[in-house]
Design a protein around this ligand. Structure first.
Ligand code: OXD
Ligand code: MN
Length: 605
């Protein structure tokens, strides 16, 4: 610690405590400048392989490929923090349990100490963004360097030396943890009122990169509520420049997983509108929101420094910017995609229409040669949750000011479900309580019988269901308070790119780059430049208002995505009532919004 210049005495105490507990052989403090050396070491040790020049490939243990929601727990010392989704447990139960699991579990290993900041340096929320992850896995360190700002400078000079998140990651013996069985030994615990994260039993993604989800979402949400200062949301964040007027707008928003959040965040303007508009990328997964003191406006920033993107279906058509961000020389890391060690190529389902024709040399995500497969073996080559990890600066349309301390003023907050009917292309909501109500009733269609019944959403409030840190009613209250305190209220909207024809199932809206069009309409509505058409569930664009230059869409399809199916909506209101009824202390404003929408639907002809 001396050698690395780690001077914060509280951090040093924390490191010593866990070095003793886990029994690690040696301690290594990491700065971002150690990246090249650590990459080399990881390649030499066989933890990473080279995927061509300046790109890397890793494979996780085959039973350790995704976040585990059942094993994820928020613990505090106050039972009032129990919510429907946060798997609350008392910290006096969980801390000893985790300490027992971690005791001696890093023996023989190096304990890496990764000081990080989940904010641009100097940001108003930086006091809640400092943390130290200690981990016994080198590839976790390499991911953290890409996903967060890493270095001792982020914790050495804290105003309060003890105000950092203590994040402990111990991998455990992956082959003997009973993943997914009754004897599952994994635990991923955020002790939120002690700002301590204890994760045991995985080395993958959100289970192991503790800055991202455990701190950036769960701990951040709890801190934002406890301090009354901010929100931590699973939102993408983009800027839209109107080159004609010189105005710049910022939109953030939440989408349940597999609803196209990364593609939206990295989108380029459609060709027909490209001369006038430019979309810039701030982040694809997390936004922290607060009211900026001087202007009184709602501001947002992406606390992350990189993208941990789902590889599946990423291609030249769906997301060319993502592909460019993982090109040669980017030092990106692929995990669990298909890999060809002879050529250094990588591939995943949806990368190209057809699989690589020459199968020679290709290994699937488990490391087995695909050439040895039987003809009828249809198992995917890449794991469906295979990922790419790359820093924000590698994304071609990264916003110029992505690293600026100030953050950006938020003009609109959008929620996007994935629903085959009922939800129109866009409906704008100008009332705060109705906007929050809409976010709380966000969901995506159940995708299999096990997950729910057809036509009934799997609700995912604000796309935060797996990241809720405290009670949902208290969360709604806090959201209303934070956004309600802003002088210039953002406009809300619900979007849906996924409506399908009832008969042949084709998508009614082309999606991808064309998704900019309804967003431009939303900004025009906020500016008073268009009026839209009022409905019980929000304002929707008229056909004339939506800029459709260069879009190939049948008139009857357009009509469908710009209309409201009253009967389906009335049915939905019943489901929503049940959904909201589960939560304690749901603010009266939210229930009023629900009743207002229901009454308007009933009174509409
Ligand atoms: C997630 C992620 O699991 O962003 O949502 O990785
Ligand atoms: Mn996410």
């Amino acid at each position: 610690m001396d050698e690395a210049g780690l001077t914060n005495p509280k951090v040093r105490e924390f490191v010593k405590e866990y070095a003793e507990l886990t029994g690690a052989d040696r301690i290594e403090v990491v700065n971002a400048s150690d990246d090249a050396r650590l990459l080399e070491e990881a390649v030499a040790a066989g933890e990473l392989e080279k995927a061509g020049e300046g790109r890397y490939y890793s494979r996780s243990y085959h039973k350790d490929t995704a976040r585990s929601e059942e094993r994820t727990i928020v613990a505090t010392s106050d039972e009032k923090d129990r919510g429907v989704y946060n798997n609350w447990r008392h910290s006096s139960e969980m801390k000893p349990k985790l300490h027992d699991l971690m005791r001696g579990a890093s023996a023989g290993k190096t304990m890496y100490v990764v000081p990080y900041l989940m904010a641009p340096a100097g940001n108003a929320l930086a006091p809640w963004a400092a943390g130290v992850e200690i981990t016994d896995t080198r590839t976790v360190v390499l991911h953290m360097i890409r996903m967060a700002r890493v270095g001792v400078q982020f914790v050495n000079d804290l105003e309060d030396p003890g105000h950092f998140v203590k994040a402990v990651h111990v991998t455990g013996d992956l082959e003997n943890l009973g993943q997914g069985t009754d004897g599952d030994k994994r635990y991923f615990v955020t002790v939120a009122d002690e700002r301590t994260i204890l994760h045991f039993g995985s080395s993958y993604g959100g289970n192991a990169l503790l800055g991202k989800i455990a701190h950036g979402l769960r701990q951040g949400a709890y801190d934002g509520w406890a301090s009354k200062k901010f929100l931590a949301e699973q939102y993408m964040l983009i800027g839209i420049d109107d080159k004609e007027t010189g105005r710049r707008y910022h939109i953030c928003g939440g989408f349940p997983s597999a609803s196209g959040k990364t593609n939206l965040a990295m989108m380029a303007a459609p060709d027909a509108l490209g001369d006038r508009y430019h979309v810039s990328f701030y982040g694809d997964d997390i936004a922290w929101l607060w009211v900026e003191e001087e202007s009184g406006k709602l501001y947002g920033m992406n606390p992350e420094y990189g993208v941990f993107g789902v590889a599946k279906d990423t291609n030249e058509n769906t997301n060319p910017n993502a592909l460019a961000s993982v090109g040669h020389g980017t030092d990106c890391i692929f995990t669990n995609v298909a890999y060809n060690p002879t050529t250094g190529e990588v591939w995943w389902e949806g990368r190209t229409k057809e699989k690589p024709r020459d199968r020679h040399g290709w290994l699937d995500w488990t490391g087995s040669p695909v050439a040895d497969r039987k003809d009828d073996d249809t198992a995917p080559w890449a794991h469906p949750n295979s990922r790419f990890t790359t820093t924000l600066a590698n994304v071609p349309n990264i916003a110029q000011d992505y690293d600026a301390p100030m953050g950006v003023p938020i003009d609109a907050i959008i929620f996007g479900g994935r629903t085959r009917d009922r939800e129109p292309l866009i409906r704008a909501i100008t009332d705060l309580a109705e906007g929050v109500y809409d976010g709380l009733t966000l969901g995506a269609e159940a995708t299999s019988a096990a997950e729910g019944k057809e036509g009934i959403l799997r609700y995912d409030p604000m796309s935060n269901r797996p990241f809720m840190a405290y009670g949902e009613g208290d969360y709604a209250r806090h959201y209303l308070d934070v956004v309600g305190a802003a002088t210039d209220q953002p406009i809300f909207a619900h979007v849906n790119w996924f409506q399908r024809d009832a008969e042949d199932g084709h998508f009614l809206w082309p999606g991808y780059r064309d998704n900019l069009r309804p967003l431009l309409w939303l900004l025009q509505l906020k500016n008073g430049e268009v009026k839209g058409r009022r409905t019980a569930v929000g304002i929707i664009p008229t056909e004339e208002e939506l800029d459709l230059e260069g879009v190939d869409i049948a008139p009857e399809d357009l009509d469908r995505i710009l209309s409201i199916d009253k009967a389906r909506w009335q049915q939905e209101m019943g489901f929503r009532e049940e959904h909201l009824g589960q939560f304690d202390r749901m603010p009266e404003e939210i229930w009023e919004a629900h009743r207002r929408v229901a009454a308007e639907l009933d009174s509409e002809v």
